[in-house]
Design a protein around this ligand. Structure first.
Ligand code: NAG
Ligand code: NAG
Ligand code: NAG
Ligand code: NAG
Ligand code: NAG
Ligand code: NAG
Ligand code: NAG
Ligand code: NAG
Ligand code: NAG
Length: 834
C-alpha cells in the first residue's frame, strides 16, 4: 500500500535473501566488536538493520585485499576503504581487530600493522567499534561513550547521507571525498570534492588542487550553479555554518539508499538504489557536460552547452586571440572591447548589461543590501566592481578583476549584470546609465517553458534514446509542458478512448444550460448538473470561451485527464468540443463540494461530518494526491487544492476535481517554475506564491491547510479575517504548541474523536505547512503518518504566519485576476496557464 514501506521491506527482504545464500563471507552477526574480537578475512560484521557490512574485499581485476564498508544489497558498491594505499597481498590471512591501545587495526599475515585508526595513544584504552546503518564506522570509548574516531571523517570516494563534508575556515582543514586511482586501485587519486566555505560557500571538485567543477554559491536553500538543484529533486542537501568558522555540506538520512560517488575521472554521480532492478540508477551527474567543467571558456567567456558554438564572449568582450578561439581553444578567454569610463577617471557613465539565467562566476563577494537596487548603485560607485548579481537569499554578489566559469542556463539561474562602457550600448541611446529592467515577463515565461522541456530532457539524458524526440517536441510545442508530454503520449493513445459528446446532447441534458441546473461557478466557467436521459446524472463544466485554448490543446489536456483513474479523483466521462464550445463531462457528486458541507454552519451535513468521516476525507484526499504525484504514469501537480475542489460522493468519499490548473510534469521531472502564479491565496505555499516555484511539496502545503480547515470547520480566509490575526495556521500552531490542540478543532469532532488522534492530525498538518519545501513530508509520508505506519513524528518548524505573505506577493507576475465565486477568496486565474 505504501511504497516507502514496501521499499523498506524489500531492502530487508533482499538482505535476508542474500544472507541465506551460501556465501563466501561469513557474517559475525553483530554490528560491534571490542578488544579481543577478531574479524578474520572473509568474516564481516553487519549493521543493525542489515544495510552495511564491514569486511574484506578485492576490487575488480585484482587479488589484493582491502578492508572496507559496503552495502549488503550491493556488495561491489564499496563506500569506504581503510587501507586505501596499502593493499594486503592476495592470501586471505589478514585480520581486523581492536588493538590493546584501543584502535581499530589491520594486521597482515606477517603480524605487522598495516593500518590503524591512530585515534588513541593510551596504552590500554577500552573501546568498541560499531558499524551503523548510515554506513559510518564509529570507534567509541567504553567509559564515556564518546566517539573518538569515525570513518565519515575520513571518507573515501563516496558521499553518504549524514556524512559531513567539512571546511574549517580557521584551520584550513577540510574533509573531502577523494577519488580512487582507478577501478582496480582504491588508492587516493587525483580528484577530490569538498566545500569551500570562505566568502559564500561553494562545492568544488579539484583535479590535483585545481578547480575542475564548481557548484556555484549556496544560497541557504540550493547551490545556485547547479541547474538540477532548482528543483526539489536534489532536495535535502544543506550547507550548515556553525558560525565558528566550521561549515559542512550534508544530506539527511532517507528511507532509500542514496550515495554520491566521485569516480576516478572526476565525475560526481548521485545514485539511488533501484530495488526492483537491483541496480544503481544515476540521478545526477557533475560535470554533466563540457560547460560544467571549470573555466572551459576562459575569463569573460560564457558557456552554453546547447549553442552551436559552445563558448562565446560576454557582451562587450572579444576573444583575446581570435585564431585560437576560432579553432576551439578557449582557455585564454576574452577581453574588453571598450575601456570603462570609470578607469579613465572621467564622468561615470558606465552601465550594466543584464544576462538572464546565468551560473554566476567564481570569486563572488557578498553584501547584504536593504533593497535589491542597492547592489547596482554600490557596484556603479566602485570602479573595481565589474559585475554584480542579486539573489534573494544571498543578497548582492560583486565581482572584481575577472569573471570566470560562467554558464548560460535556461529558465533557472541568476541575472548577472556586467559593467560596460557607454559605447557598448550603441550610439542611438547616448550617454545614460542603461539598466535593463529585471522582469521581462515574456522572456521569463518562454524560458521557464523551455526549462520545463530541458529539465525533462536532462533527466532522461543517458537513460533512454528518447532524448532526440523530446527535443523535437520542445520545438513543436515550446509553450507548454502538457503539450510536450502529450506529443509522446498521443503516439500511443488516442482520444478515441474517451466519449465525445455533441453539443446538442449536452445542451439537452442540462436543459439548455438552465440557471436552475447551475451547480456553481469555478474559475474556468460555470458547472451545470445534467441528466443524460437514461437517469445518469452528470456535471458539465463549460469552459469560458475566453480561455484562448485551441481545440487541439484542449483535446490533449482531456486525454491526460481521462487517463487519471482513481477512486479519489473525479472521473471524466467525456468531453465536448464544437466551434467555440469546450466542455468537460464529469460524474455527478450528490454531496457537492467539501467547501459546501464544511463551512456552512446552517448546513445539516456539517453535523454528519464527525471525526471518522473527516479523517476518512483527509486520507482520501491524500490518496488522490499521492496518485497524482506518484502512481499515475505522469506526475501531476494539482496546484489548486482547496475545499471547493474536493467533491463528495454519496458515501462522503472525497474526490479531487478541477485539474484545469494542474501542471503535468514529464518523466522524472519533479518540479517546475512558472512566471504565472495561478492558484488561490491562502492555500498556496510561500515559495510558489512568491517565487512561482511549484512542486509536489507545494501541493503538500495546500493539503496541510486543507487538513486544518477540515479539522477546524472554518475557511482559512474567513478565519483570517474574522478571528485572530494569527490566521488559521498560526492559531493551530499556537494551540498545538501550548498542548491545547483540542481547543483548535470543530466542536463536532472534539466530541466524536479521541484527543490523541486529533492532536496527531494537527501535528501532521503543521508538518505540511512548514515554510521550506524540504522540511515538508511527501504526501506518501503524510499518509504513512496518518495510518501510523510512521509512529514518531518530527517536530514541526514554527510556520511562517500567513500574514507575512498573504498579500499579493511583491515581484510576482500574476495572471489575469478574477474574483471567484466566494467573496473573501481571491482566485487568481490563468485560464489554462498558457
Ligand atoms: C577487468 O578486466 C576485464 C578484462 O580485461 C575488462 O574487460 C574490465 O573492464 C576490467 N574491469 C575493470 C574494472 O578494470
Ligand atoms: C603479533 O605481534 C604482537 C605484538 O606486536 C605480539 O604480542 C603477538 O604475540 C604477535 N602474534 C604472533 C602470532 O606472532
Ligand atoms: C598512523 O600512524 C602511523 C605512524 O605515525 C602512520 O604511519 C600511519 O600512516 C597512520 N595511519 C593513518 C591511517 O593515519
Ligand atoms: C579497561 O577495562 C579494564 C577491565 O575491564 C580495566 O582494568 C582498565 O582500567 C580499563 N582501562 C581504561 C583505560 O579505562
Ligand atoms: C567495552 O564495552 C563493550 C560493550 O559494552 C564490552 O563488550 C567490552 O567488553 C568492553 N571492553 C572492555 C575492554 O571493557
Ligand atoms: C590502476 O592503477 C595502478 C597503479 O597506478 C596500475 O598499476 C594499474 O595498471 C591500473 N589498472 C588499470 C585497470 O588501469
Ligand atoms: C566517470 O563517470 C563519467 C560520467 O558517467 C564517465 O563518463 C566516466 O567514464 C567515468 N569514469 C570512470 C573511470 O569510470
Ligand atoms: C590553447 O592555447 C594555450 C595558450 O595559448 C596553449 O598553452 C594550449 O596548449 C592550447 N590548448 C590546446 C588544446 O591547443
Ligand atoms: C571596491 O571594491 C573592492 C573589491 O570588492 C573593495 O576591496 C574595495 O574596498 C571597494 N572600495 C570601496 C570604496 O568601497
Amino acid at each position: 500500500m505504501n511504497a516507502a514501506i514496501i521499499k523498506r521491506f524489500l531492502h530487508q527482504f533482499t538482505a535476508v535473501l542474500l544472507l541465506s545464500l551460501p556465501l563466501l563471507s561469513h557474517s559475525l552477526e553483530t554490528d560491534t566488536i571490542s578488544a579481543g574480537v577478531v574479524i578474520r578475512d572473509p568474516d564481516t560484521i553487519i549493521s543493525q538493520k542489515r544495510v552495511f557490512k564491514l569486511g574484506f574485499f578485492s576490487p575488480a581485476n585484482t587479488t589484493s585485499r582491502y578492508l572496507g564498508v559496503y552495502y549488503v544489497v550491493s556488495e561491489e558498491a564499496v563506500v569506504w576503504v581503510a587501507n586505501r594505499g596499502r593493499p594486503l597481498s592476495g592470501s586471505p590471512s589478514a585480520v581486523a581487530t581492536i588493538s590493546e591501545d584501543g584502535n581499530l587495526v589491520l594486521i597482515d599475515s606477517r603480524n605487522e600493522t598495516v593500518w590503524s585508526t591512530n585515534a588513541t595513544a593510551a596504552p590500554s584504552a577500552n573501546t568498541t567499534l560499531q558499524i551503523l546503518d548510515t554506513g559510518n564506522l564509529v570507534l567509541r570509548e567504553n567509559a564515556t561513550g564518546d566517539i573518538i574516531w569515525e570513518s565519515f571523517s575520513e571518507p573515501s570516494n563516496v558521499f553518504l547521507p549524514t556524512m559531513r563534508i567539512i571546511d574549517n575556515v580557521n584551520t584550513g582543514k577540510k574533509v573531502v571525498v577523494s577519488s580512487w586511482i582507478n577501478d582496480s586501485n582504491p588508492g587516493t587519486g587525483g580528484f577530490a570534492s569538498g566545500l569551500e566555505a570562505l566568502n559564500i560557500p561553494q562545492m568544488f571538485t579539484w583535479n590535483n588542487g585545481r578547480p575542475y567543477w564548481r557548484s556555484g554559491p549556496w544560497n541557504g536553500l540550493i547551490l545556485i550553479g547547479v541547474q538540477d538543484m532548482y528543483s526539489p529533486y536534489l532536495d535535502g542537501f544543506s550547507v550548515v555554518d556553525d558560525h565558528a568558522g566550521i561549515s559542512y555540506f550534508t544530506a539527511p538520512q532517507a528511507d532509500f539508499l542514496m550515495k554520491i560517488d566521485l569516480n576516478s575521472s572526476g565525475s560526481l554521480l548521485q545514485k539511488l538504489w533501484n530495488v526492483d532492478k537491483k541496480s544503481w540508477d544515476v540521478t545526477w551527474l557533475a560535470p554533466s557536460n563540457e560547460c560544467d567543467v571549470y573555466g572551459t571558456c576562459g575569463p569573460f567567456g560564457s558557456c552554453d552547452s546547447r549553442a552551436t558554438s559552445m563558448c562565446s564572449c560576454l557582451r562587450g568582450f572579444e576573444p583575446v586571440s581570435s585564431d585560437e578561439w576560432g579553432s576551439g581553444n578557449w582557455t585564454n578567454g576574452c577581453q574588453r572591447v571598450n575601456h570603462l569610463q570609470c578607469d579613465a577617471g572621467g564622468p561615470n557613465g558606465d552601465g550594466f548589461a543584464r544576462l538572464p539565467f546565468m551560473k554566476v562566476p567564481d570569486f563572488a563577494e557578498q553584501f547584504t543590501p536593504r533593497q535589491e537596487d542597492e547592489c547596482q548603485s554600490r557596484c556603479l560607485g566602485n570602479c573595481s566592481c565589474i559585475a554584480y548579481a542579486y539573489d534573494a537569499k544571498i543578497g548582492c554578489m560583486f565581482w572584481s578583476d575577472t569573471l570566470i566559469d560562467i554558464q548560460q542556463f535556461s529558465g533557472v539561474g541568476v541575472d548577472l549584470y556586467i559593467r560596460l562602457s557607454p559605447s557598448d550600448f550603441g550610439k542611438e541611446k547616448d550617454k545614460k546609465v542603461y539598466i535593463i529592467i529585471p522582469v521581462v515577463v515574456g522572456l521569463a515565461c518562454i524560458s521557464a517553458m523551455i526549462f520545463v522541456a530541458w529539465c525533462w530532457m536532462a533527466k532522461r539524458k543517458g537513460h533512454k534514446p528518447e532524448q532526440k524526440k523530446i527535443f523535437q517536441a520542445e520545438q513543436t510545442f515550446p509553450s507548454d509542458s502538457t503539450a510536450i508530454v502529450l506529443k509522446q503520449e498521443s503516439e500511443v493513445d488516442s482520444i478515441e478512448e474517451l466519449p465525445l459528446f455533441s453539443f446538442e446532447t449536452v445542451a439537452n441534458a442540462t436543459d439548455q444550460f438552465n440557471e436552475n441546473n447551475l451547480l456553481g461557478k469555478g474559475g474556468f466557467g460555470p458547472v451545470y448538473k445534467g441528466n443524460l436521459g437514461d437517469g445518469k446524472e452528470i456535471a458539465v463544466k463549460r469552459l469560458s470561451a475566453a480561455s484562448g485554448q485551441g481545440a487541439q490543446e484542449f483535446k490533449n489536456e482531456v486525454i491526460v485527464i481521462s487517463k487519471l483513474q482513481h477512486r479519489n479523483l473525479v472521473r471524466l466521462l467525456g468531453y465536448c468540443v464544437e466551434n467555440e464550445e469546450k466542455m468537460l463531462i464529469y460524474e455527478y457528486m450528490p454531496n457537492k463540494s467539501l467547501d459546501f458541507c464544511l463551512f456552512d454552519d446552517s448546513n445539516p451535513s456539517k453535523k454528519v461530518l464527525g471525526w471518522r468521516k473527516r479523517l476518512n476525507i483527509i486520507e482520501g484526499i491524500g490518496r488522490g494526491l499521492l496518485y497524482l504525484h506518484r502512481d499515475s504514469r505522469l506526475k501531476i501537480i494539482h496546484r489548486d487544492l482547496k475545499p471547493s475542489n474536493v467533491l463528495l460522493d454519496e458515501d462522503w468519499n472525497p474526490k479531487i476535481s478541477d485539474f484545469g490548473m494542474a501542471r503535468i510534469l514529464g518523466g522524472d521531472q519533479e518540479h517546475d517554475n512558472t512566471a504565472r502564479v495561478v492558484g488561490t491565496y491562502g492555500y498556496m505555499a510561500p515559495e510558489y506564491a512568491m517565487e512561482g516555484r511549484f512542486s509536489e511539496k507545494s501541493d503538500v502545503y495546500s493539503f496541510g491547510v486543507l487538513m486544518l480547515e477540515i479539522l477546524k470547520g472554518k475557511k482559512n480566509a474567513h478565519f483570517y479575517n474574522h478571528e485572530w490575526s494569527l490566521g488559521l495556521i498560526g492559531c493551530a500552531w499556537r494551540l498545538w504548541s501550548e498542548d491545547d490542540g483540542l481547543a483548535f478543532v470543530d466542536q463536532v469532532i472534539a466530541s466524536s474523536g479521541s484527543k490523541g488522534e486529533i492532536v496527531r492530525c494537527i501535528h501532521i498538518a503543521l508538518l505540511c505547512v512548514q515554510e521550506f519545501p524540504k522540511d515538508r513530508p511527501t504526501i506518501q509520508t503524510v499518509l504513512s503518518m496518518l495510518s501510523r505506519e510512521i509512529v514518531d513524528l518530527p517536530a514541526p518548524e514554527q510556520p511562517l504566519f500567513a500574514e507575512k505573505w498573504n498579500g499579493l506577493p511583491v515581484g510576482t507576475t500574476v495572471a489575469t485576476g478574477e474574483f471567484g465565486h466566494s467573496v473573501n477568496e481571491l482566485t487568481i486565474t490563468a485560464i489554462d496557464g498558457r
